[in-house]
Design a protein around this ligand. Structure first.
Ligand code: GLP
Length: 234
């Protein structure tokens, strides 16, 4: 794994933004895997400022909550529209359908889409408990897109985005670790002391389903961009 340690979240955004744009610039077509949460906000801000040409870029998001309408203020559909898709003209934008009548079928369809359009570069955040996407500890490393029950830790970390704690969905649809590992390149970003334990485990722990991010150890093209706090236990 290629590890880049920078001063703070702003620097992480700059480094990651430049790497992402360099990867899709000049290509005929490109599939870009995107993430939500607080970590990528600086990157999306740079996209809005610089407005690179993305007309050949198709995006696929990692995950979506179950049971929220697409236009719900707290859905990842809304997050992505507000942060990115309303501002730049991508070729196509896709997120898992967490509001489908038949969720199993929706998962299968999403996995088929990913197989038809292999991800060239996947951007990842990191959960405090080491989750990637919404793949919680204990998820086998070969899982395709699937439905997950969110852990208390994850619901707790995400409650800041909801008006009431009980509004935080209990389930989500997420690309599996198997789906994520098929990406040709992965960039994982993490900042702040709250991520330090997970970063240490991801980099120095044994490859184990107890920490989903350790699955990245066997991937041949991963760059981890972290700040000094997140790297402080390494
Ligand atoms: C959520 C998302 C993940 C994200 C993680 C970290 O659970 N589903 O994709 O990487 O949290 O979020 P943050 O960047 O807000 O710390």
């Amino acid at each position: 794994m290629n590890i880049i340690v920078v001063k703070n979240a702003e620097e992480i955004a700059k480094v990651a933004y430049e790497k992402i744009v360099k990867a899709f610039e000049g290509k005929q077509e490109f599939t870009l895997g995107l993430a939500t949460g607080g970590s990528p906000l600086g990157i999306y801000d740079l996209f809005r400022q610089h407005k690179p040409n993305v007309s050949h870029v198709m995006t696929v998001n990692l995950d979506e909550y179950v049971g929220l309408a697409e236009d719900d203020q707290t859905s990842y559909h809304t997050y992505m529209a507000e942060q990115l898709f309303n501002h730049l003209n991508f070729k196509e934008n896709h997120l898992p359908d967490g509001n489908a009548k038949d969720l199993d079928e929706a998962c299968k369809e999403y996995e088929e889409l990913l197989k038809k359009h292999p991800v060239d570069l996947q951007l990842l955040g990191l959960g405090e408990n080491g989750h990637i996407g919404f793949n919680e500890p204990g998820t086998p490393f070969n899982t395709p897109t699937h439905i997950v029950e969110l852990t208390e830790s994850t619901r707790n970390a995400n409650k800041i985005y909801f008006e009431n704690e009980e509004d935080v969905p209990t389930h989500a649809v997420t690309m599996g670790i198997g789906s994520i590992l098929r990406a040709k390149e992965v960039i994982l970003i993490a900042s702040g002391i709250k991520k330090a334990e997970a970063v240490k485990e991801m980099l120095h722990g044994k490859e184990d389903i107890g920490c989903p991010a350790t699955a990245l150890q066997k991937h041949s093209n991963v760059t981890i961009v972290v700040d000094e706090e997140a790297y402080s236990l390494c």
